[in-house]
Design a protein around this ligand. Structure first.
Ligand code: PEP
Length: 249
């Protein structure tokens, strides 16, 4: 049985005091038996959030990491630094990083390895652009991105990866994929993982849907047999909305 996982992606929102205030409101309420609750927050807020999350079941995640442990990479943050803080998850290969920060499949793969090296669980984002969808390329894009990111991972590591299938045209647009379409692509991604490893790894991997998930549609996605949770941007920013997402799972 795969445990559903709701992960908020705050992107570049919230100061430290806003993050701490959010956390004090969701603590307790966004802790639901049988659901994993994760908040992926800006770097500056992570020490305060990790501290606030002590003794709760809410895990704290980062939104990116560099693949090297340290070095002359001005402005970057490494897995060593994140695990030293007590961060548990890290988003890797979000479409905004691929689009605005030139992250290639190769870089994403290195980041997945860096996450495991430092005991962080990667939330690996894959998904197609609108033109790729219209060209019938959705599954192929997801296959290529998944295979590149899993390259060189042991079966034990592969089983721990959380994949977030995020059609890019659905992120922050209010246009969500239908739950049936998302299920179809996610079932296919699970087949890709099976092809790389075996059925037991494919059955263990958790695959989220992401793209305009809201409290009023989260349940519909999670009712699909292959969808194990959601990666949520906009609707994770307000405490009441985040609580509803976790309850809805
Ligand atoms: C995201 O940032 O990964 C995301 C899915 O955003 P939104 O929920 O706002 O579409």
């Amino acid at each position: 049985m795969r445990k559903p996982i709701i992960a908020g992606n705050w992107k570049m929102f919230k100061t430290v005091s806003e993050a701490v205030s959010f956390f004090s409101e969701v603590k307790g309420a966004a802790e639901v038996d049988g659901v994993e609750s994760v908040i992926c927050a800006p770097y500056t807020t992570l020490p305060a959030l990790v501290e606030a999350a002590k003794g709760t079941s809410i895990a704290i995640g980062a939104q990116n990491l560099h693949f090297e442990d340290n070095g002359a990479f001005t402005g970057e943050i490494s897995g060593v630094m994140l695990s030293d803080l007590g961060v548990k998850y890290v988003i890797v290969g979000h479409s905004e990083r691929r689009a605005y920060f030139a992250e290639t499949d190769e870089i994403v793969g290195k980041k997945v390895h860096a996450a495991f090296k430092h005991g962080l669980t990667p939330i690996l984002c894959v998904g197609e652009k609108l033109e790729e969808r219209e060209a019938g390329e959705t599954k192929n894009v997801c296959k290529v991105q998944t295979e590149a990111a899993f390259q060189g991972l042991s079966a034990e590591q592969a089983a721990q990866v959380v994949i977030a299938y995020e059609p890019i045209w659905a992120i922050g647009t209010g246009k969500s994929s239908t739950s049936e379409d998302a299920e179809d692509v996610i079932a296919y991604i699970r087949e890709v993982v099976k092809g790389l490893y075996d059925a037991s790894v494919a059955d263990a991997v958790r695959i989220q849907y992401g793209g305009s998930v809201k409290p009023n549609n989260v349940r519909e996605y999670l009712s699909q047999s292959n969808i194990d949770g959601a990666l949520v941007g906009g609707a994770s920013l307000e405490p009441a909305s985040y609580i509803s997402l976790v309850e809805g799972a």
